[in-house]
Design a protein around this ligand. Structure first.
Ligand SMILES: [Zn+2]
Length: 65
C-alpha cells in the first residue's frame, strides 16, 4: 500500500498539519468514519477531521490490493 503519500494532510478548518490515523494493531490500515472517509488528527488544532476527497482516493487504492 502507498500510505506514505497520504500520511499528512492539511486541515481544512485551521490549515494546520494533520497526520493520518491508522489502526494501532496493524499500523497500516487507515481509520475511517462510518462513511468510509479516512480520518486525520490535526496536530495544531488537536482534533480529528476527515477528508472526503482523500478518503475516496485511499479507498480506490486499497481496492486495487
Ligand atoms: Zn484543524
Amino acid at each position: 500500500m502507498k500510505i506514505q503519500q497520504f500520511k499528512y494532510l492539511h486541515c481544512s478548518e485551521d490549515h494546520e498539519e494533520g497526520i493520518i490515523l491508522v489502526d494501532p494493531e496493524t499500523e497500516s490500515i487507515p481509520v475511517t468514519d462510518e462513511r468510509g472517509n479516512v480520518l486525520y488528527y490535526c496536530m495544531g488544532g488537536q482534533h480529528v477531521f476527515s477528508s472526503d476527497m482523500n478518503g475516496l482516493i485511499m479507498q480506490s487504492l486499497l481496492d486495487d490490493e
